[in-house]
Each structure stands twice: as C-alpha cells, then as structure tokens.
Design a protein around this ligand. Structure first.
Ligand SMILES: [Zn+2]
Length: 780
C-alpha cells in the first residue's frame, strides 16, 4: 500500500457551507477495499472506470469488487459546525473553513483509509469563490480564475498520514519571512496577522535548532502557522500548515510576558512534530505518547537554546512534571503506553500522562544516557524511519545502539506500568534502607520500577539503578538530585533534605514530595506547615511557585485552616518578586498577586480600582480577578471591558475572572454569557478557572449539569470534554460526592469515560483532604 495516492478535487460552497468532491484513489491491485467515511452522501463509485455497487452504513464504505488500478468516489457533505473534521470557524464579522483531523477527523472530510500507518500521497485541487484564500500542506502550483470562482491546485504531498492533512479556506491575511530559502507565513483572519511577527521569529529560531539537532532539513517546501478563530485544542501539527488558537500564536509588545513564553513553547512543540510525528509517524495511536512526550521534551530544548535567560526547565517542571505526578497518583491513571481501539478511546489519551509523564520520563532517560548519546540515537531513528512509521521499540533500539545501555529493559516498565514509585527511607547505621512501592494518594500497592536513583552523599552526587523492592544505599542527605527523576521520596526528617538541597530544583522537589505525603496522610499537617515556613524567604522561582500552588489549592478546598499562612507567604513573596527587575520575576509576581487577591481584601480592592487597559499586561489577569471579587457591580463592569477588548488574550483573562465572581446574580450572568454567541465555543472551557470560586460550587455544578449535553455536542470528537471534567469535578463536586457519581451513572459518556473516572477519583482524594483539613484545624 506504500504507493497509495489520492487525487482529490473539491467544489466548496462558502455561503451555503457545503462541498462536493471527486476522489481518485490509486490503489494498485486489491481484492476490494474498505474506506472510512462518516456522515457523507456517497453518490457513485467506479472501479477501474466501471460503475460498481457499494455498501455504505454511514461510517464504512465497502467495495467488494477486485481492483486493478484505481477507485473513483463521488461524494458530497456539509461543512461541520462542531470543532472537528472540516468545520466552520466563525468570528465577529466573518468565518473561515478549517480542518482538525487528529485523531480520526479525516474520515469526516473525505473517504479514506484513516489510519496513521497507511501513509499516502495527496494531490488536492479546489474550486472556491475568487475572493477567498486557501491554505494546504503544500504550496499552490496552479491558480486559474473563472469569473466569480477560481481553481487552486496544490503540489502533491510526500507520503503522509491522513490525520496530518490540512485545508483552510477563507479571507485569510498573511505576513511572511524566509528560512533556508523557504517561505514561512503567519496566516490569520480579520487582519490580525500583523501581530504575528513574534511568531515568525520564534519559528525561525526553532526550525534552525531542530534542523541542527536532528541533522535533517525540514522536508516540505514551505510552512504556514495559522491562527483560526475557533479551535478546540491549543494547536495542531498538520504537516507544513500548523493551526493554533489565536492566543497560542499571536503575541506582540502589548502581550503579557507569560503569553509570549507560552506562545514560544507551543510553536516549538508543533515544529518538533514536523520531524517527530509528521516525517516519522507512530504506527498506531497506542504510541501517541511517543509523539507528544517527545515534542514536549524537545520544545523546551529548542526554547532553551533561543532564550537561556528564561530558565525554561522551571516551566517544564511546573507545566509538565507536576500535573503528571498528580494525575499519576490515583488508580484511574493509565500507563504511558496504552492499548486503544475505538475513536472514543483514542481521543481521550491526549492528557497529562501522554504529554507530561512521557516527557518527564524522557528527561530522566536523557540524564541517565547523557545528552550526546541521546541525540545520536534520535538522529539515527529519524533517518531510518523518514516518510514511514515506527513503534516505541524501534526508538529504544536506536537509543540502545547509540548508548550501549539496556534502554529497552529500563523503559519497558516505565511506559507499561501504571503509576510511579515512592521510596521509603529508614536509617540503618551508616546506610540507608530504601523500600519502593507504588505511590497512591489513597491506599497502597506493591510495585517495582527500575529507578535511575541519584542522591547526595556528602558533597558528591552518586547514582545507581535501583530495581529491587528493598535495598541499601550510602547514607544520603537528599535523594533525586535536581528532582529530575519521576518518583516520590518519603523522608523521616524533612529539614535535612531541604537544608542540603543544591539548587532550586531540589527545593521544589522537597516541597512537592512533602505535599504529596500530606495528601496521602503520610505526614501531619502541623509538620507540613512547619516545613512551608522555611520557604517564606526562598528566592527560587520554582519552589516559590510550587508552595504558592499548594497553599492556593488548600485555600480553595478548605480555607479556614490555611488562610493566615496563605496570606503571610503570598504577601512576603509578592513584595519580594514585584521589586525585581527581570521578566521571569514579572511572570511570578503576576501569579502571586492573582492568588493573593483571592483572600486579601485590601490588596484585592486596590487592584479592583485599576484600569484594565492601562495596567501592565502581566497584571491584567489580576485586575480581572480583583474586579470579579471586589467590584460593586462585577458582571457589568467586566462585561464592558470584555466588549471593548480587541484580542482573545484580553478576553480570555476577563472570562477567567468572570467565573470567579462571588456575588451570585453576577456569577449567574457570567455563566449564561459563556454559552452565548458573545463567547467563542473554544473558550467555554475557561469554566475550569472557576475552581477557585469556592463559595459558589453549587451554582457551577448546576450550570455544568444543565448544560452537559450541549458541552458534549460542541466538543464531540475533540477530547476536550474529558479534560474539563477531570479538572473541575474534583472541586465543584466537593460536599455533593454522591450526587456527582449518580449524575455520571445516569449519563453514560463513552467519549469522556476516562476523564470521568479521573474526575471522580480525584474528587474522592480532594474530599478526603477536605476532611483531613477540617479535622486537623481544631488541633492546630
Ligand atoms: Zn503535540
């Protein structure tokens, strides 16, 4: 099937939002064929030029005839109004048609063999209104105007997987630049592309880094980075035509520093996929993690090479490792490598395990192998499987060859076992007895991982592969050097590891482990709070952010017990970070202020009075939160600002603020607004920002229940719903646990089943933690 080729000609009616097409599939000799095609009108089929009968059930198109050369299909379809397949994305004043196919959307667009392992060449021709622009994976090679319409022919693609096809049609605007003599564009709608200069610069730097690191030039003749008005995910790596939600691509001098950094990391992630994912593709979705973990890991390397002053591995730890450790501490987690078959299963695995845990395990592997040998292995893997498919075993073999180390054996357990280990320590003379089991917030379970264990012995960092249940190491002051290993440590005395920490990663690691032990009931609240006091004067970005997150989570769950300490920590740290004069400090000061607003009335009121449009961009979110909580008429005030906003970056901050309105009438209006045509469908997921609205959990839960079927509809096929559920249910379900379980029992949702299990189990964890905080508050 390697010579499979599709020649596709589409007539697209922009006004009525319909299209029809003729597709010639060159198959070579085959005994019949079965194509994926969802919800289409199949008008006629010819095999080798002869009209034939076919069998179509709305999902599979079966042709029993023997084929010598080719199959020709005539079909028609409507452009979708959900955020999957070939869909309409509307904005104030217009619309574009755009595609999102990962994982199984291509079958909603054209009849095809929609399987990543079946790579094919695609030659696309379209007929559209002459005033519209069109973008696809390859450059246009022919343009013919016929009065009010025009015909555009795109260059044929190299062999590629169907989920990476792209087609965009609409009144796009562009800016461009060049790399290696090839054209690089930012495309957008409504004249926004002028805000894309920053994106062009990031993309050029990242491509240069990857071409050098991988030792392979970018394979296609051009690259488009496209901001689309409605987009369920953050971005998508279609080969040569990457799509983004506006806030993930467009940033300029008016943007917050944090926005610029997240734009850079998203662009670098999608560009890494152009090699790892697009040029070399996983054989099946069970190796999705390989694509995602790798692109995630590489994106931080690329940004580090371009902006060493950002200390971007801090963001890796906070954005990838921490959320992954969290989700991996419950029994509803899944192994990195997971068997998936149905569409419903596939779309749900785009989660913190596939991205964050996978990437963290790769980081651990690289530090075990050494970065040079790691890079050599990756280079030979990409070279060997270019324009083709591979499995994780193929990658391990390439890394084994480059390093001479038993990579397959070590990685097998890390990717196929659910969860991660906790190491219990016990002093025995001058040695340390180490015992491992699986770490869980609730309950315990045996488990043995091959842990690349590092520890500080005196001034020396020692390492060993710890792959037994119980063993001994030298007496160590702190385990897990620089926190680069994906495991927990339970110390008996928490002050020594903190005191002997060699860097901010270590201090983050101690705080992170202590908090996990608190939630799982392995240390007392009073002991934990004593430890936290040692962080009041800490000057490290990472440990301060971590402790702030912990205290904020506790405040959200049960505020009486933590309120005073929360205030003291945040006031001290905000004073420290808001004085500093560098961009990284600005990012942290912004986060600290936004959280302090939750509990500090006079601090909050001072921000509520400020002009949203005049404050520093990094403080806008804080101002929106402060107005939501302390303004006299929060909804109307925020709504006025929302209406005056010019871009999605501002709007998304205001929405996140609005769902934190405490006054109930205003919150009701905000929740209604979320579902109106004033808010993009993609932004309804901002409801996840409401978890800090702890006084109004009942209202947010009711809103969720009332609109559940609508949420299912708009996010169908995108995998967004399970994420929303897993993030908010643990909080809005608090104190109504049985009702929540009953609701999901009565509303079976196959496309979110994993998110529901995670959400419910995490709710039980949060609920037990709530009980613990309440009962310990008396004894403090
Ligand atoms: Zn990705």
């Amino acid at each position: 099937m390697s010579d499979l080729k599709y020649e596709i000609e589409l007539n697209v009616d922009f006004e009525s939002e319909k299209y029809s097409g003729r597709e010639l599939i060159e198959t070579g000799i085959m005994d019949g064929i079965q194509l994926d095609a969802v919800g289409m009108n199949i008008e006629s089929i010819k095999v080798d030029g002869r009209q034939v009968n076919f069998d179509y059930d709305g999902k599979k198109l079966k042709i029993a005839e023997r084929i010598e050369k080719n199959v020709e299909v005539d079909f028609s379809n409507a452009v979708s109004s959900n955020l999957m397949g070939f869909y309409v994305a509307r904005y104030d004043g217009g619309k574009v048609f755009t595609t999102h196919f990962e994982p199984t959307g291509a079958r909603y667009f054209i009849p095809c063999i929609d399987n990543p392992a079946v790579k094919a060449k695609y030659k696309l021709t379209i007929n559209i209104d002459s005033d519209l622009e069109a973008i696809s994976n390859m450059p246009q090679v022919k343009l013919e105007r016929n009065g009010r319409t025009k015909t555009i022919e795109f260059m044929e693609t190299p062999p590629m997987s169907s989920y990476l096809i792209y087609l965009g049609i609409g009144p796009f605007d562009f800016i461009s630049d060049r790399f290696d003599g090839k054209e690089l564009f930012v495309a957008s709608y409504g004249n926004r592309s002028k805000r894309g200069k920053y994106a062009l610069d990031v993309a050029k730097g990242a491509i240069e880094f990857y071409e050098q690191y991988f030792g392979i030039k970018f394979a296609l003749p051009k690259m488009h980075l496209i901001a689309v008005p409605e987009f369920a995910m953050g971005a998508m790596e279609n080969w040569g035509a990457i799509t983004f939600r506006e806030t993930a691509l467009l940033a300029d001098e008016t943007s917050a520093e944090q926005t610029k950094r997240s734009v850079a990391i998203v662009i670098a992630h999608e560009l890494a996929h152009q090699w790892f994912g697009d040029l070399v593709t996983m054989k099946w979705w069970d190796d999705l993690w390989l694509n995602e973990s790798f692109a995630t890991f590489m994106s931080y390397k690329a940004i580090e090479s371009m902006h060493p002053e950002w200390d971007h591995w801090n963001d890796f730890v906070l954005g990838e490792t921490s959320p992954a450790l969290l989700m991996d501490s419950i029994s509803s987690t899944h192994p990195i490598h997971i068997d998936v078959k149905s569409e419903d299963e596939i779309e749900q695995i785009f989660d913190d395990i596939s991205y964050g845990k996978g990437a963290s395990v790769l980081r651990m592997l690289e530090s075990y192998m050494g970065s040079e040998r790691f890079m050599q292995g990756i280079r030979s893997y990409l070279k060997k499987y270019s324009f083709s498919n591979a499995t994780m075993q193929d990658l391990w073999m390439s890394l084994e060859e480059s390093s001479g180390l038993p990579i397959s054996r070590i990685m097998k357990d890390w990717v196929t076992l659910s969860g991660h280990p906790v190491l219990y320590l016990e002093e025995e003379g001058d040695r340390l007895k180490v015992r491992q089991e699986r770490f869980l917030f609730r309950g315990s379970m045996s488990g043995i991982w091959p842990v690349p264990l590092t520890y500080y012995h005196g001034d020396v960092t020692e390492s060993t592969l710890f792959d037994v249940e119980t063993g001994f190491i030298k007496r160590a002051s702190k385990l897990n050097a620089s926190g680069s290993g994906f495991y927990r440590v339970r110390y008996q005395d928490w002050e020594e590891p903190l005191l002997k920490s060699q860097n901010a990663f270590d201090r983050w690691n101690v705080a992170s482990d202590a908090y996990a032990m608190l939630i799982s009931g392995n240390i007392k609240l009073s002991k934990y709070l004593e430890l936290v006091k040692k962080y009041y004067e800490d000057s490290g970005f990472l440990p301060v952010w971590e402790v702030s997150s912990q205290l904020t989570q506790m405040l959200t769950i049960y505020q009486p017990v933590i309120r005073e300490q929360f205030l003291e920590f945040h006031r001290k740290q905000f004073a420290q970070w808001s004085q500093k004069n560098d961009l990284t400090a600005k990012v942290l000061a912004s986060v600290l202020s936004r959280r302090l607003v939750l509990a500090d009335e006079s601090f909050g009121k001072s921000f509520a009075e400020q002009d949203f449009f005049k404050v520093d961009a990094d403080m806008k979110y804080t101002v929106a939160m402060a107005k939501a909580i302390y303004s006299g008429d929060p909804f109307n005030e925020l709504y006025r600002i929302y209406s005056d906003s010019k871009n999605d970056e501002d709007r998304s901050r205001i929405i996140a603020g609005m769902v934190n309105i405490r006054e109930r009438q205003g919150l009701r209006q905000a929740l209604n607004l979320l579902l109106s045509d004033k808010v993009k469908k993609q932004d309804i997921r901002s409801i996840t920002a409401s978890t800090t609205n702890y006084g109004n959990r009942d209202m947010i839960w009711s809103w969720f229940v009332e609109n559940y079927s609508y949420l299912r509809k708009i996010y169908a096929g995108s995998g967004v719903l399970p994420r929303i559920i897993s993030y908010i249910v643990p909080y809005i379900g608090l104190t109504r646990e049985n009702e929540v379980k009953e609701f999901f029992k009565n509303n079976p949702t196959p496309e979110a089943s994993m998110g529901i299990s995670v959400g419910i189990e995490m709710m039980e964890v949060v609920s037990a933690f709530y009980d613990l905080l309440r009962s310990s508050s008396a004894s403090l």
